[in-house]
Design a binder for this molecule. Structure first.
Ligand SMILES: [Zn+2]
Length: 80
């Protein structure tokens, strides 16, 4: 597994929706690759932040959609 593969699936990995043995491959890669590890940590923090925020504020649907969209854009930016 190479960095590009990890970048492509990191979202699902953090989401817990990725299946073994792929998950294990990513785990191994993150252990060996400081760049991907760093990226994964940023994504994880971002996820936690967003979940926390969305859980706390009961944002109107359109706001939630907008927030989710800008976060997705940020993610795409980050995985380049
Ligand atoms: Zn890597």
């Amino acid at each position: 597994m190479v960095c590009d593969d990890v970048k492509r699936v990191i979202y699902f990995f953090l989401d817990g929706t990725i299946a073994e043995p792929r998950k294990r491959d990513i785990d191994t890669h993150l252990g060996d690759c400081p760049d991907c590890e760093r990226r994964a940590n940023v994504q994880r923090k971002l996820r936690e932040f967003v979940h926390h925020r969305l859980a706390r504020i009961t944002a109107p649907d359109h706001l939630r959609t907008r927030l989710t969209r800008s976060i997705r854009a940020f993610r795409t930016e980050w995985s380049r």
